[in-house]
Ligand binder design. Structure first.
Ligand SMILES: Cc1ncc(COP(=O)(O)O)c(C=O)c1O
Length: 488
């Protein structure tokens, strides 16, 4: 890939028939090997089970603490199905918390990775990079520009670092403002600063507090429903109250807020959604007061009904800064021209691996061209199927889905961020269920800080809609086991 008609040695090498054919052979062999992975199956070979047990012990020793699940991948899978080190096969409905949208052993991505692995170095950095880093950033920015003024991307290795860079950009633009506004129950990553902004007591336990954060309530469908009275809808009242709340902060600390961080659909906080007009009303206040509007899309990127959630919610015109990660493989802070920082603020040894950049670019191209988005896209079809299967389960077993006055729907989410809420959203039975799901063959996780929910971030790029039936057969069996073991 060069910009002239001449070819570098690297191009010539990549085009050698022997290299092309070796890559294609790996792809073909992979397709044939993964064809044996057709459904959930238990471990049957005792020596492989021993191997997994041993590595689990090694993991506990070297990490200083055990893993949540006995999950250690063997390194092969087939779409949503993944083989573990003990030879068992499970449905992966959480994908490394949203990182593997195209599932396991996607032959096209493996071939892309193999080609990228022939590059001269493993990692690329901000002082010395290959063309691939620029092409990755270009394709990402091109998608963002379709619905926003975001124009530049700074690449880095984790969502937390993308957020750290975004925060610096906001601070520099609005210096000396030093406060940030964030939503209650937000999650932003595990660096010292992000752990402070993220609204979880456990996540910042023992971390000295140096960042000044003002918390705003996130949208609550339950509270808004309760506020409905007369001609005024509950949502209007709720939004008005939140706008007033925000204005109070700004009045209390004039010109001291650098940014408001919008996690447009809360991830760790419970897959909480908000009306677009809620976000827009708060963003309008930010605009009026020169406070940067920053969308943390590390978990939402690629997964909702548009590539960017701000686009899905019609908010692209309001966004100054945005961060992406997870399924993009390489993470990034994006910003408008107006927020482009001065030289010296952002850099780093690494910006990503050669494999991550090439595969990440391919992923974004496939997301763009694969018919995933919009009202007729496959993400909407998947969500509908998920929702109807949860509702059918709840109708067949209302005893598994008790709820009190504080009624949260049994199923919610947005696109490929899917949650369901059995057992009244209580923590213990939900965690128990996650372990039973794992044993039965579905890897899932929980989210929320109460109520708790079962969370799916499925590999929709690798799943036929029909596969939900097989997933829900396992879910039903694990729910039944859990219900017989826990008291709700
Ligand atoms: C919204 C959000 N922001 C930031 C992060 C941090 O990303 P990373 O774990 O790659 O540092 C996450 C991770 O789950 C996230 O969900």
């Amino acid at each position: 890939m060069t910009t002239t008609n001449s070819m570098t040695l690297a191009d010539q090498f990549r085009h050698r028939p022997a290299v092309r054919s070796a890559i294609e052979t790996i792809g073909a062999e992979l397709r044939s090997a993964q064809a044996d992975i057709t459904g959930v199956r238990p471990a049957t070979d005792p020596s492989l089970s021993q191997c997994l047990d041993q590595v689990m012990k090694d993991a506990t020793e070297v990490r200083g603490r055990g893993l949540l699940y006995p999950y250690l991948g063997s390194g092969i899978g087939n779409g949503a199905l993944v083989e573990l080190l003990d030879g068992s096969v499970k449905f992966d409905m959480i994908t490394g918390i949203g990182a593997h949208f195209f599932g396991h052993s996607d032959p096209d991505l493996v071939e892309t990775a193999v080609e990228a692995a022939t590059a001269d170095t493993v990692m690329q950095g901000h002082l010395m990079m290959n063309e691939e880093a620029i092409r990755f950033a270009e394709v990402l920015v091109a998608e963002a520009r379709k619905s926003s003024d975001l124009k530049h991307a700074f690449l880095c290795n984790s969502g937390a670092m993308a957020n750290e860079n975004a925060l610096k950009v906001c601070y520099q633009k609005h210096a000396p403002a030093s406060r940030v506004i964030a939503f209650a129950h937000c999650f932003m990553g595990r660096s010292v600063t992000m752990a402070q902004i993220g609204d979880s007591a456990g996540g910042r336990s023992g971390v000295p507090l140096s960042t000044l954060v003002d918390y705003m309530p996130f949208y609550s469908h339950v509270a808004a429903r309760r506020m409905s009275a007369g001609d005024v809808s509950g949502s209007t009242r709720y939004i008005d109250i939140c706008v007033e709340h925000l204005e109070q902060y700004i009045e209390r600390y004039p010109k001291q807020h650098a940014c408001f961080i919008f996690e447009l659909v809360q991830g760790e906080g419970g897959f909480n959604t908000a009306l677009p007009e809620f976000h827009r009303a708060l963003m309008d206040v930010c605009r009026a007061n020169e406070i940067a509007v920053w969308a943390d899309e590390v978990q939402t990127f690629g997964r909702t009904e548009r590539m960017f959630c701000f686009d899905a919610l019609g908010l692209g015109d309001m966004v100054d800064v945005a961060c992406v990660g997870k399924m993009s493989q390489v993470c990034a802070a994006l910003y408008t021209d107006n927020y482009n920082p001065r030289p010296g603020l952002l850099s780093g040894t690494f910006l990503g691996s050669a494999v991550g950049l090439k595969v990440g670019r391919r992923i974004i191209e496939r997301l763009r061209d694969g018919g995933y988005y919009g009202p007729d896209g496959s993400i909407v079809a998947h969500y509908r199927e998920f929702e109807s299967r949860v509702r059918a389960l709840a109708a067949a077993h209302p005893e598994w889905f008790p709820h009190g006055d504080d009624y949260h729907d049994v199923v919610a989410g947005f696109g490929g961020m899917m949650r369901f809420t059995p057992f009244g959203g209580e923590k213990e039975p939900i965690l128990h269920l996650c372990h039973e799901l794992f044993k039965a063959g579905v890897i899932a996780f929980y989210c929320g800080h109460g109520p708790y929910h079962v969370r799916f971030l499925p590999p929709l790029g690798a799943m036929p809609v029909e596969q939900w039936k097989d997933v829900f057969d396992v879910v039903t069996s694990a729910m039944s086991t859990t219900a017989s073991q826990v008291s709700v």
